[in-house]
Design a protein around this ligand. Structure first.
Ligand code: WTA
Length: 649
């Protein structure tokens, strides 16, 4: 195929300034407000905005005075068009169940469930926590909240009951929507049981709506109501509530550098405008596309590119409930073949897994329906990129490596396959910012670094998809993202820009881990460890992992009176699974006498990371201010000895 461009490797790259993406990007830089105003017209508004942006740094209000409803943009506009009877969702259950749902059917289900929520007393601005497997009713629940102006807070179903309880309490949710269970690797995840445990410590919860999915035996209590009963005897139609553009559409909790996850709040008009545009530019949705995004809706990729963006565009999408290797290590390819997916959007972790299992597996499927491939969530190794391009795309599909975050709402850096082809791709680089996004790579003092130098990524202008704030914590919002470099958004990623302007993401600069693409905070894990009676101190870091990108490694100091043992080790693993979730299972646990710290008592994480990954630590006298060098050296030697001698788990 000729993208004028799909060659990758060492070839000299010449960028074509007449390319649609370059023209659009230039326009956006010259007059950002006019540009975004034009983009917002892609949505359906009940009332047009008065002002494109009120920018009171670091608080941005996009499309002020405008009124709209997210569910109208995802459903009503299609139901009154020829898209009405088109398939919206093709659902694949892990256990082989399958359903297709048209736009009209989805619209009807949303109307009825919105009425059910209303009957339970849910009003505009109320929070509803959703803790469900990947089933179409998850879309229904979210869109029903949006229809009546309620704010959804989806909690990934791989999180534990105590993680769920923390998130319910922070949001003060009145209603929980869950299911009896969901399938994962052939087992039923007992979501209702986990919800019951959580609800014991969440006083704000008045009702728990339970979908029957797995058919397992569960107990229904006084607050519980079955989904099918809640939607009985309700009216078919539910008037959508037009909300202000800045009205929160959802809260999504994500990990940062502190112990507690942060509630990232996204608005309605800005967020949806950004999704509408980025999906159009990056994926170039066409009428007959069948879009397969493998993300779980519990994470931001699921919110933005499984729920909102494809529905706004009226495309058909595939949603899959379970694991990529169940029942066999071919499930994604089987799904692509079965439904003729045209776009696949997945994670480097999934690709590394499939690559490890060998080419003969994907080669035994007909993948010729694919026209575009995408990745998200973590850096993609060039050899994995090439494998994706060659083995999966057969050299016919551009690969879009999309960099973004829960906080950014949508894709920030990526090739734009929807804008007249791809610029020449370089495996491992997310290429360029999408139109309207202004980034730079700077040093610790905020000064732009020269081409080819590693630095910190910053975003220099507000954009419509940016988070509104952190739930109930404007101060933390300012401090976390906008204080390190005054007036610029700090995402916490290392990056470099090469001599041709391509951006390369080089991992997190803070204490956030990306384990199999899942975002976890080291502090969050450390708090979980020290909540166990035997543990006095904990330091957690990431170690490079050939499949998962990173794995969790913990250094623990025991309280006196406790001794290390295999049993304690196992108890700690179980404790972490219970308190955070199975996704946080530590790969390695080391018991140590002390942790390397600065004089002011801060754990020297960089040093731990070097130890964990077997890298030299270099000159530690300059590592952190005020470090007691000898002490640190001793602690380091002890740790190294421990690691060499005593690998557990
Ligand atoms: C990382 C996921 C390299 C990055 C959408 C970011 C990536 C964090 C990429 C956000 C990519 C995401 N290349 N790194 N294409 N995409 N990241 O909030 O470190 O779960 O800051 O959002 O994932 O993770 P989050």
């Amino acid at each position: 195929m000729d993208l004028g461009s799909t060659q990758y490797g060492e070839k000299q790259v010449i960028l074509d300034p007449t390319m649609a993406v370059r023209i659009l990007a230039k326009k956006a830089m010259e007059d950002p407000l006019a540009f975004w105003s034009e983009q917002a017209k892609g949505l359906e508004w009940s009332k047009q905005w008065d002002r494109v942006l009120d920018w009171d740094p670091p608080f941005a209000k996009w499309f002020c005075g405008g009124l709209l409803n997210a569910s109208v943009n995802c459903l009503d506009r299609h139901v009154s068009s020829e898209t009405k009877n088109k398939v919206a969702l093709i659902w694949e259950g892990e256990n082989g169940d399958s359903r297709t749902i048209s736009y009209l059917q989805l619209y009807r289900q949303v109307n009825r469930f919105a009425n059910a929520l209303k009957r339970l007393g849910v009003k505009k601005g109320d929070r509803v926590t959703i803790y469900m497997p990947m089933v179409p009713e998850l879309h229904v629940a979210m869109l029903s909240c949006a229809r009546i102006g309620a704010i959804h807070s989806v909690v990934f179903s791989g999180f534990s009951s105590s993680a769920l309880a923390d998130r319910i309490n922070d949001a003060n949710s009145r209603v929980i929507v869950t299911a009896d269970g969901g399938y994962r690797k052939g087992k039923i995840v007992e979501l209702k049981g986990l919800t019951d445990e959580a609800v014991r410590s969440t006083p704000s919860v008045e009702h728990v709506v339970v979908l029957r999915r797995a058919g397992n035996n569960i107990k229904m209590g006084p607050k519980d109501i079955w989904w099918h009963e809640a939607t009985e005897n309700v009216q078919n139609g539910c008037e959508p509530v037009p909300v202000e553009s800045t009205h929160p559409l959802f809260i999504l909790y994500t990990s940062g550098t502190t112990g507690k996850p942060k509630g990232v709040v996204h608005g309605t008009g800005g967020y949806l405008t950004f999704l509408h545009s980025t999906a159009k530019w990056v994926f170039g949705f066409k009428r007959d596309d069948i879009f397969f995004c493998t993300a779980d809706v519990g994470w931001v990729t699921g919110h933005s590119y499984v729920v909102y963006a494809p529905l706004i565009h009226g495309v058909t999408e595939i949603i899959y409930e379970g694991a990529p290797d169940y029942p066999k290590p071919d499930r994604y390819w089987a799904i692509v073949q079965k439904h003729g997916a045209t776009i696949l959007y997945t994670t480097p972790t999934a690709l590394r897994m499939y690559m490890k299992w060998g080419d003969s597996i994907p080669n035994s499927f007909d993948l010729s329906s694919l026209r575009l491939l995408g990745t998200v969530g973590e850096p993609i190794n060039p050899e994995v990129w090439k494998w994706y391009f060659t083995t999966i795309g057969k050299g016919n599909c551009p690969v879009v490596d999309t960099w973004w975050q829960t906080e950014t709402g949508g894709i920030m850096l990526s090739a734009c396959a929807g804008l007249g082809g791809c610029i020449p791709m370089k495996p491992g680089s997310a290429t360029f910012p999408v139109p309207g996004i202004d980034v730079a790579v700077v040093d610790e003092d905020g000064k732009e670094v020269t081409a080819g130098t590693k630095g910190l990524l910053v975003v220099r202008k507000p954009w419509p998809g940016m988070l509104l704030t952190l739930w109930n914590d404007d101060d933390k919002y300012s401090k976390t993202y906008w204080t390190k470099f005054e007036g610029q958004y700090y995402p916490g990623d290392y990056a470099l820009i090469d001599s041709e302007g391509y951006i390369w993401l080089l991992g997190r600069a803070d204490d956030v881990l990306k384990v199999a693409g899942h975002r976890l905070g080291t502090m969050e894990l450390e708090s979980a460890f020290v909540s166990y009676p035997a543990i006095a101190e904990a330091a957690v870091t990431g170690k490079p992992d050939p499949t998962k990108g990173e794995s969790i490694i913990a250094f623990l100091v025991l309280k006196s009176g406790f001794a290390q043992s295999d049993q304690l080790n196992q108890e700690l693993v179980d404790h972490i699974k219970r308190s955070v979730g199975p996704i946080a299972t530590p790969q390695e646990i080391y018991f140590v006498n002390r942790l390397p710290k600065t004089r002011s008592g801060k754990i020297m994480r960089r040093l731990l990371r070097s130890i964990a990954s077997g890298q030299p630590i270099g000159d530690i006298s300059t590592l952190e201010d005020g470090a007691a060098v000898d002490e640190v050296k001793q602690a380091y030697d002890e740790l190294k000895k421990t690691i060499g001698r005593d690998q557990t788990t």
